[in-house]
Write a protein that binds this ligand. Structure first.
Ligand code: AVI
Length: 322
């Protein structure tokens, strides 16, 4: 086992994104990628263990039960790239199944340095697996992985945990097309998708009793206070999860409980909030099993297999690049 990491200063402009999102007309918004600083990533790990949030356990169960089938459906010599590896726990099953057949190169691509380090630690004991982590945005990292491809090697991309759901449907297809364009014909993508479920179950999953998801959401304001010198008063914002029936998504918002002005010096802006106004911080789109295949086809992939969990509606979809 070899573990290495390639890091860089990610070219985020939090201040510019905060300014743009909070001064736009209509619904104020902040990009969900900023939820994942060190505290946010740690809180997400806790969310994934909450009884109300079955998504991660379903993903893990499917990978544990079907890793051999999945790996058998991807023949040849395969390098594994994972977009957003998180702690890497669920990837173990795929890497162990593959490493019985071949020496395996595993390239986690992750924007959170802490998550990347966690993932490398978690998986470093698997024999015959070499790990090279990229602290990068997904597509940038995948381009680098593809540049390391050895002759005759295929790439299996893992995009698990229904992170695709955090894009709106159109952006999701665009993202899949960009992944396809980096890959070669015959490469594959294992795509995890959370499936549609009753609204009450969704609201519970995104507004848990213990308040962990609320803390995860509010941490965005803590981050703005720390990194941008903002003066968000956390007592005057509350977490909200609501179902958007038209978009077939569940949205997270931060609701201002009073009319107030918040100063954000590093973004050179003061923002007025009326009582009840919200900042939209994340959408999590839910899929029907039947829409995966046509969606994949639009992006240049053929959906060859789907595995569905028996406890929480969730699917792993194996897509082959045409
Ligand atoms: C990472 N992503 C797939 C999670 C989701 O379910 O959309 C993020 C999350 N947000 C609140 N809870 C979990």
């Amino acid at each position: 086992m070899v573990v290495q990491a390639i890091s860089t200063n990610l070219s985020y402009d939090f201040a510019a994104d905060v300014r743009a999102g909070l001064t736009r007309t209509g619904q104020k918004e902040l990009p969900s990628k900023y939820l994942y600083d060190d505290v946010g990533s740690a809180l997400f790990e806790v969310i994934s263990r909450l009884p109300e949030y079955g998504l991660t356990r379903a993903d893990e169960r499917l990978l544990r039960r079907h890793a051999h089938d999945i790996v058998d459906a991807v023949p040849g010599t395969v390098a594994v790239a994972e977009l957003g590896s998180g702690s890497g726990k669920k990837t173990r099953w795929i890497l162990e199944a593959l490493s019985r057949r071949q020496r395996t190169f595993y390239y986690p691509v992750e924007i959170s340095r802490t998550a990347l380090a966690m993932c490398e630690r978690e998986l470093s004991d698997i024999d015959s697996v070499s790990i090279l982590g990229f602290e990068r945005e997904y597509l940038e990292g995948l381009l680098e992985v593809s540049a390391c491809r050895r002759k005759g090697q295929r790439i299996l991309v893992l995009f698990l945990g229904s992170t695709i759901g955090n894009f709106n449907r159109e952006a999701g297809v665009q993202f899949l097309s960009s992944v396809r364009n980096i890959l070669a014909s015959g490469d594959s993508l294992l795509l995890g998708t959370d499936l549609e479920k009753p609204a009450s179950q969704l609201v519970r999953a995104y507004d848990d009793e213990l308040g962990v998801t609320a803390a995860f959401n509010l941490n965005l304001l803590v981050r703005a206070n720390r990194e941008l010198g903002a003066d968000f008063d956390l007592r005057q914002f509350e977490h909200e999860a609501k179902v958007n029936y038209e978009a077939r998504s569940v949205e997270m918002h931060l609701r201002s409980t009073t009319s107030q002005v918040v100063n954000i010096p590093a973004a050179e802006v003061s923002v007025e909030f009326s009582e009840g106004e919200t900042i939209w911080t994340e959408s999590s789109h839910k899929y029907s099993l039947d829409e995966i295949s046509p969606t994949a086809a639009t992006a240049g992939f053929r959906c060859v297999r789907q595995w569905v969990d028996d406890q929480w509606p969730f699917a792993e979809n194996l897509l082959i690049a045409e």
